[in-house]
Design a protein around this ligand. Structure first.
Ligand code: 16G
Ligand code: MG
Length: 559
């Protein structure tokens, strides 16, 4: 039975603790379009902005319940990240700044899809199932990106929070990682940092200045970085923050939202998926550039070489740079802290091989989606996680942090120096979620300290040619996978077909998975040459089309 088809009475919960009449009255002003069903997926709810008013109101309600249950501040972020400007979305942020717990994703889906007349019942049902203490106070913090629809939609969240008697603080425009940071600060009594935008700037920039002191004191060069801000929130926040950076680094902002459209022909997602530079940025040969996505939780780097060839430095190479630097520091302090790298099946095979065989770092693969990587990374003293698309950060366990801080105070010189650097790196990484600003500062610090050019960084290893394709099928859920999405379990015969195709090529690999954000199946292939990769990707797409109920046009060779 679905969650809004429960019996009509709920004797356990005293309904007077929630003003359900007021909820019903307010909800009419945020009515759900008939027949619309949405799913709380890896990226929260995401669709056309005009279909989201009721979802926002209801997520305000849900945030109050989650806050009461956890006795903590909960965050609500209004954004659709790299999606087109017309879309929007919403995500809840849990007490430690992490993604909403899986069981509450289900509650979110039930609540968002309940028909008007069932709304009170679903609220009561969730309160019961999750043992919410309705007498508890609730506090919700809200942030939003720069989309034209975001202000109105965050007002609907506020309506939901207030009608259930929750208190709120509206931060207004924030990057997604900044909202995660605020939530964690508030729930750690300020220990993680000050829960203000100013506090965020100060925490990150003082760690950056401290970490890079040595490099910039050498006075070797004044470093400039060009940043494509996807015409999004990253531009506003970087513009406010850049005067905090040490004089050694200047950032030049492009696609700052004054002219272009959000995510249109620019931003990290565009650059990664088209493997070409964004529009609106002036690139000279060998200049270091990077792109944020629309809510600034993703970053990729790139440059043009002297022959005009474009080189993308994606999340895999970012993870490699960072973990090799961390490994050096860990060897220096010699304290046996474990280091692990977490990737997804999309990680380029060359990166995995380099990490395992050259750097001798253990590498793990999880399902796509930040929360899966985050969870795995928590198993190490120091867990580096990055998706190839540029989502990622580094997590330090409490024990590792304590040890490092102690060494920074007590050990002899060389060890102390390394421990102090690690201490700054802990502060510089946003430990709640991947953060383009924080990742950018860590990368810039490492390049400056190691005296590395962008070309030298890129040359760590050579990416295998790779190709991603989409296939339309009648129902993408007919495909189920295992082994971190690298093997198909259903429909029968598909994995065998993929295995046979992969065998035809050298250094080859391919997998398929249903997308969590679009109504399609994604195909990934890599092999020794671009031509072979493209053939393999095409052949696998065809196998999906034939064996998993393809609809519309058959996949074509040559795309
Ligand atoms: C979401 C995920 C991202 C993942 C992407 C995959 C978060 C915050 N975001 O954007 O990590 O790479 O979905 O999309 O978890 P797909 O399922 O359509 O391939
Ligand atoms: Mg994003």
């Amino acid at each position: 039975m679905n969650c809004w088809g429960q019996p009509d009475f709920c004797p356990e919960v005293d309904k007077t603790d929630m003003d359900l009449d007021a909820v019903t009255k307010q909800s009419v002003l945020h009515a759900k379009p008939d027949g619309l069903i949405l799913q709380y997926g890896t990226a929260g709810f995401r669709t056309k902005a005009e279909h989201l008013d009721h979802v926002m109101f209801r997520m305000g309600l849900l945030a109050v319940l989650r806050s009461k249950q956890t006795k903590s501040t909960i965050g609500v972020m209004v954004t659709a990240s790299h999606n087109p400007e017309e879309d929007n979305g919403v995500k809840l942020v849990d007490p430690l700044g992490e993604m909403l717990a899986a069981s509450w994703e289900e509650h979110a889906t039930c609540l968002a899809n309940a028909e008007e007349q069932h709304l009170p019942r679903v609220l009561v049902d969730i309160s019961e199932k999750a043992a919410v203490d309705l007498h508890q106070d609730a506090f919700v913090v809200i942030g939003r990106d720069t989309r034209p629809s975001s202000e109105r939609l965050s007002q609907s969240v506020i309506d939901g929070v207030t009608v259930l008697g929750g208190q709120f603080y509206d931060y207004g425009l924030l990057t997604t990682p900044q909202l995660h940071y605020m939530v964690f600060c508030r729930n750690s009594n300020g220990q993680y940092g000050k829960a203000t935008v100013e506090g965020y700037y100060q925490k990150l920039s003082s760690a950056f200045v401290e970490l890079t002191k040595q490099a910039f004191c050498r006075g070797d060069d004044h470093r400039t970085l060009k940043v494509d801000c996807a015409n999004g929130i990253g531009a506003l926040k970087l513009a406010e923050m850049k005067h905090y950076f040490s004089p050694g680094l200047s950032v030049q902002l492009f696609n700052d939202g004054t002219k272009g459209k959000l995510n249109h022909l620019c931003g990290a997602d565009f650059v990664k998926s088209h493997q070409k530079p964004p529009q609106g940025i002036e690139m000279r040969a060998n200049e270091r550039c990077c792109s944020f996505d629309g809510d600034a939780d993703r970053i990729v780097y790139y440059y043009h070489d002297a022959d005009g060839q474009f080189h993308l430095i994606d999340g895999d190479k970012i993870a490699t740079l960072i973990s090799s630097f961390l490994k050096e520091l860990l060897l220096e302090i010699g304290d046996g802290l474990s280091l692990g790298v977490v990737q997804t099946a999309y990680a380029n095979g060359s990166s995995t091989r380099y990490l395992e065989e050259v750097m001798k770092v253990p590498v793990y693969c999880t399902k796509t989606g930040v929360k899966h990587l985050h969870h795995k990374a928590q198993e190490f003293d120091i867990g580096v996680y990055f998706e190839a698309n540029g989502h990622g950060t580094v997590l330090f366990s409490k024990a590792a942090e304590t040890k490092i801080k102690q060494l920074a105070k007590e050990s002899e010189d060389e060890k102390r120096k390394a421990a102090k650097m690690l201490e700054n790196i802990i502060d510089l990484f946003n430990q709640t979620i991947g953060d383009a600003i924080s990742d950018m500062l860590v990368i810039e610090a490492i390049l400056a300290l190691k005296g590395l050019t962008v070309q030298q960084w890129d040359a760590l290893y050579t990416d295998l040619p790779n190709r991603q394709l989409k296939v339309k099928v009648a129902d993408r859920q007919v495909i189920s996978t295992t082994d971190a999405e690298r093997q198909v379990v259903k429909p029968p015969g598909l994995q065998e077909a993929i295995n046979d195709l992969v065998k035809k090529y050298r250094l080859s690999r391919a997998f398929v998975r249903p997308s969590g954000t679009e109504d399609i199946v994604r195909v990934y292939a890599e092999a020794d040459s671009q031509e072979n990769t493209d053939s393999l990707a095409y052949e696998v797409s065809l196998a999906v089309f034939q064996l998993a109920g393809g609809i519309g046009e058959r996949p074509q060779r040559g795309f």
